[in-house]
Design a protein around this ligand. Structure first.
Ligand code: PDD
Length: 292
């Protein structure tokens, strides 16, 4: 079953040992893996516990065995921050795939998962946070296990690209008119003082920032209903916003050609943005001992 040594790579021939990408890798060939994106403010993780929990849930859902406990992973990620002397606003990307093996749909036997994580600077998008963003609506053509943060992101990539080509920041996804979430964020509609958002079924990713927004709404006495809204409801909305680790709490001021409210970020969205702002101010600096 071993691969013949000469590989066609782009338009050239190369020895398989000399390729600079791992062609026999489950993430590369099947998208067979899961990932996380964790926000960092001033060199401190935001919502690390929630992300680590979800990483373990996703891995378990696709039957990938992780070689560490949640605590061990958390301390590895904290050490990665320390080793890179992080002090900036940044984000961490963490991925696990089922491993490297000869291509076969069946799980390979006795293969270790491939795991990596890296950090990149990520400045806060202050102009979008202040002014709000444009979005488009787009059919949600994804599979039925969107609660798993899987590497199979082609429908998300295509939807976001379509948004960008239409001058928009995000694509609001809908299944037969029912809004699920965005291509890489959760979405919320506010009408008559109530926040509506799709329930945390298998059809959406259970966002870490969303969990936090639910707490903020409770603290602020803003009712939040886990009830889906439709594309038709959008034109009647008072406010719409989205959330994600990279976008934070981001007002939406236009959907397709429809202006939302007065075309400027609404009052309740601003209150939630303030709550987020206060929350990240409370992050304490990392005191984890650096190991080797
Ligand atoms: N995306 N829904 C989808 C489809 C997402 O990809 C994301 C996150 C979210 C929000 O999840 P959280 O609040 O935990 O960041 C919702 C990340 C940022 C990404 O893929 O880059």
């Amino acid at each position: 079953m071993s691969v013949y040594p000469i590989i066609l790579s782009q338009t050239k021939f190369a020895h398989k040992e000399n390729l600079n990408y791992p062609f026999e890798e489950r993430a590369m060939q099947f998208g067979d893996g899961v990932y996380e994106v964790i926000r960092i403010y001033n060199g401190n993780f935001y919502l690390i516990e929630e992300h680590v929990d979800r990483f373990f849930r996703s891995a378990e859902a696709v039957k990938i065995k992780l070689p560490f406990t949640k605590n061990e992973l958390t301390s590895l990620l904290n050490n990665l921050l320390l080793k890179n002397s992080l002090t900036t606003d940044a984000k961490l990307y963490l991925q696990v795939s089922r491993g490297s093996a000869t291509r076969d749909h069946l799980f390979p036997a006795d293969v270790d998962a491939n795991i990596y994580a890296y950090i990149q600077d990520q400045a806060r998008n202050t102009s979008a946070l202040n002014d709000g963003v444009k979005t488009i609506t787009h059919p949600d053509v994804r599979w039925e296990y969107c609660y798993i943060k899987s590497l199979n992101l082609l429908p998300n990539v295509l939807a976001k690209q379509t948004a960008s080509e239409n001058g928009a920041y995000e694509a609001i996804l809908h299944k037969n008119g029912i809004v699920t979430e965005c291509s890489s964020s959760n979405v919320y509609l506010i009408k008559d003082g109530i926040i509506y958002t799709h329930p945390t079924t298998k059809n959406i990713l259970h966002g870490c920032v969303r969990m936090q927004v639910e707490k903020f709404a409770k603290d602020l006495n803003i009712p939040l209903k886990e009830e889906p809204f439709t594309v038709d409801d959008i034109s009647q909305a008072d406010e719409i916003f989205l959330t994600s680790s990279t976008s934070e709490v981001l007002p939406i001021v236009t959907v397709d050609d429809t202006q939302i409210g007065n075309g400027i970020p609404g009052h309740l969205t601003r209150l939630l943005q303030n709550a987020y702002e206060n929350d990240i101010k409370t992050l304490t600096s990392n005191k984890v001992e650096q190991t080797s």
